[in-house]
Design a protein. Structure first.
Ligand code: ADP
Ligand code: MG
Length: 330
């Protein structure tokens, strides 16, 4: 079992940033309004994610750590996935690759914690915490030095963690995010995005301003288009605010960050007539649809998607963006 867990874990968890992604997604799924991420040494020695979400009941703590135990899907319909989680794999995998401790409290009950290390689970113990969950992963890959060797410098890993947190923060403008680095005993806030209020477009604009900067916010066109069951929203920058590299293209499907070739190609195609070949558009775009119209179960890291009708999505992106660009005189 432990060996299987370790092998499977490697598919999803290749570096600290992938662990952070899983933990923050869980916090979002739990309905958190405030998520704090603390790392040390690029996340190699410490990752701690604290949320004020619904919590995990004491009886469910061991279950949450059991392989393929998820509270988010009943197993009858793998295509119909609305929340981030769909395999019940993250927590057991984390327990296999490092020293994992979960402390949690649901409303109306006391807090409890459980620890697991090297795949071996300790018993559930009483603890102190307000409603929500703290998941702490120490010494990732300590038992697999070969994997540890593949990690990059602390600085590069910390940067990758920051990128993951920023991507997730873009998709959840009403949630506050704070990322702290406690390497070497000092505490530095490396990213902070306060919870936004107002309607979704205002909130998203405010959030993109804190993640992508004021220049982006001031040069971004709101996008809002629909077609054949797909809804496209977000902000796309004017062609004058383009980049020399394709580094600022953020795409989300049903709230999940994705890096999908088809979607990136559609974004590129939309700007084809208004950008020279060496320039790249900047955008944060959200495609939302009935979960039945998209298969997110393509890769364990869940960054690729397969649409039932890719042509419709591509057409929506191209026409939605071109329309907004034309209205802005481009
Ligand atoms: P998945 O997210 O795919 O369901 P995970 O292994 O990530 O699987 O988590 C297992 C289960 O533990 C979840 O289904 C959920 O019930 C519970 N859980 C994990 N993290 C949290 C959290 N931060 N708050 C509340 N429940 C959580
Ligand atoms: Mg999960």
């Amino acid at each position: 079992e432990a060996a299987i867990n370790r092998i499977a874990a490697g598919e999803v968890l290749e570096r600290p940033a992938s662990a952070v992604k899983e933990l923050v997604e869980n916090a979002v799924d739990a309905g958190a309004t405030r998520i704090e991420i603390v790392i040390a040494d690029g996340g190699k020695t410490l990752i701690r994610v604290t949320d004020d979400g619904c919590g995990i009941a004491a009886d469910d703590l061991p279950l949450a750590l059991a392989r393929h135990a998820t509270s988010k899907i009943d197993g009858t319909d793998l295509l119909n996935i609305t929340s981030f989680g769909f395999r019940g794999e993250a927590l057991p995998s984390l327990g296999a690759v490092g020293r994992l401790a979960i402390t949690s409290r649901v409303a109306g009950a006391d807090a409890h914690s459980i620890a697991v290390s090297g795949g071996r689970m300790a018993e559930v113990r009483p603890a102190a915490l307000s409603v929500g969950t703290v998941v702490e992963l120490r010494d990732m890959f300590y038992a697999t030095p070969a994997r540890l060797k593949f990690l990059r410098t602390d600085r590069a890993e910390a940067q990758a963690v920051g990128d993951v947190v920023k991507r997730l923060a873009m998709a959840e403008p009403f949630v506050s995010f704070i990322l702290r680095d406690v390497s070497g005993g000092d505490s530095r806030t490396t990213f902070r995005a306060d919870a936004q209020t107002g309607d979704l477009f205002d909130a998203l604009h405010g959030r993109l301003r804190s993640v992508l900067g004021r220049d982006f916010a001031e040069n971004a066109l709101p996008i809002d288009a629909q077609r054949e069951g797909f809804h496209l929203t977000g902000y796309a920058a004017l062609p004058t605010y383009s980049r020399g590299a394709a580094i600022a293209q953020f795409l989300f499907v049903n709230g999940r960050p994705v890096r999908d070739k088809m979607l990136l190609g559609a974004l590129r195609a939309a700007y084809m007539d208004v950008l020279s070949r060496d320039r790249h558009p900047v955008a944060a775009l959200f495609v939302d649809c009935d979960p039945m119209l998209v298969d997110v179960n393509v890769h364990p890291a869940k960054s690729e998607v397969r649409f039932r009708d890719p042509g419709a999505v591509r057409g929506l992106i191209v026409s939605g963006l071109r329309h907004a660009l034309a209205e802005a005189g481009h």
